[in-house]
Design a protein around this ligand. Structure first.
Ligand SMILES: Cc1cc2nc3c(=O)[nH]c(=O)nc-3n(C[C@H](O)[C@H](O)[C@H](O)COP(=O)(O)O)c2cc1C
Length: 325
């Protein structure tokens, strides 16, 4: 049974439901949806769900925090589009590390049309793992993407041709490390070969990885991609790598993804090099040593992607008394 949803601040119960519905459309590693929400008179709480962590691929729960950060960005943006200011506090309680944020929609605000455009893009964004057509992404869009990351206190270095070649090596190396690890493979299968009616993970039969990238075909002469027409590859990076930095990076990632969707571009994730710690350290060096790489994204145009299921609000809402305030 869904706990009863009441008004919170300026939002009536239907609006609370609709902003939570937007939050759960966020991308998450292996579609684990590692979040829970709790509605209180003080605001909407976002909690991490450690039972949905990936102990092998994501031992320090970095990707779990990125996924929750993406849900937080959707929540904030949907609240903003309804005309309320989403006053947000990250990690409000030291004694409750799974309480990641509280959002308080109490003050009215005239919606900023750029954020309303991102809110409109929330249901249209899907991870697209298809090969991307050769298409140059205009500099204006690249600038918008960079601004999206910076607005959320992260950075978005774009990789040049040399760095792309090195990154391809790192993808191979990390992919090899993962697929030769039986524990990794068992965890991968657990989340990516779900029954077709499953509401989480990636249902059996759906593509669950970026195989062109892994096979190394990306950008190779065989596919006829010239250096100046490669799909855009960007890295969301942070200057620190603590819990709050990772939540912020997840918000930045989602702002970048929605900005791409709104501009008509698709995106997919290239996570192997950030999931293997030793390779992540090499990627950090490749980026100049000043940034912590959090997520690698490939952007371009692909054939339309299918929709991945989500759990219902019943499954993600905490009773007001199930956790201490
Ligand atoms: C931190 C993070 C890492 C991800 N890594 C991968 C990946 O390595 N390969 C992949 O195909 N998809 C990856 N994804 C995409 C998820 O599988 C996808 O978000 C999820 O299945 C939900 O689908 P949707 O994005 O279409 O809503 C990642 C997503 C997040 C947030």
């Amino acid at each position: 049974m869904t706990p009863p949803i009441t008004s919170i601040g300026l939002l009536d119960p239907d609006q609370v439901k609709s902003v939570l519905g937007a939050a759960v459309l966020a991308p998450s590693t292996r579609n684990t949806q590692p979040w829970r929400f709790r509605c209180t008179t003080a605001g909407i709480e976002l909690h991490a769900d450690p039972d949905r962590a990936l102990p092998v691929a994501d031992a320090d729960q970095r990707e779990l925090l990125l996924s929750c950060g993406a849900a937080l960005f959707n929540l904030r943006t949907a609240i903003h589009a309804l005309g309320a200011h989403p006053a947000t506090t990250l990690l409000p309680r030291r004694d409750n590390p799974t309480l990641l944020a509280v959002v308080r929609p109490f003050a009215a605000r005239k919606p900023d049309r750029r954020l309303v455009r991102l809110a409109d893009a929330i249901p249209r964004r899907h991870t697209n793992r298809a090969p991307f057509e050769v298409a140059v992404i205009p500099d204006t869009v690249v600038a918008e993407l960079r601004h999206a990351a910076e607005a959320e206190q992260a950075w978005l270095p774009r990789l040049d041709a040399n760095q792309l070649n090195r990154l391809r090596d790192l993808v191979h190396k990390s992919h090899h490390a993962q697929v030769t690890d039986p524990a990794f493979l068992a965890e991968w299968r657990q989340w990516t070969a779900r029954p077709r009616d499953s509401r989480d993970g990636i249902p059996d039969g759906m593509p669950s990885d970026d195989s062109d990238w892994i096979s190394g075909d990306f950008g190779s002469p065989r596919r006829g991609l010239a250096d100046d027409s490669d799909p855009l590859v960007v890295v969301v990076g942070s200057f620190e790598d603590k819990q709050a930095d990772r939540i912020r990076a997840g918000q930045a990632m989602q702002r970048v993804l929605l900005t791409a969707t709104a501009a008509g571009f698709d995106a997919s994730f290239v996570s192997q090099p950030v999931e293997v710690p030793a390779v992540r350290a090499e990627l950090r060096t490749l980026l100049g040593g000043g940034l912590w790489p959090q997520v690698v994204l490939r952007l371009g145009h692909g054939t339309p992607a299918s929709w991945t299921p989500r759990r219902s609000l019943d499954d993600v809402l905490l009773e007001p008394d199930r956790l201490s305030a």
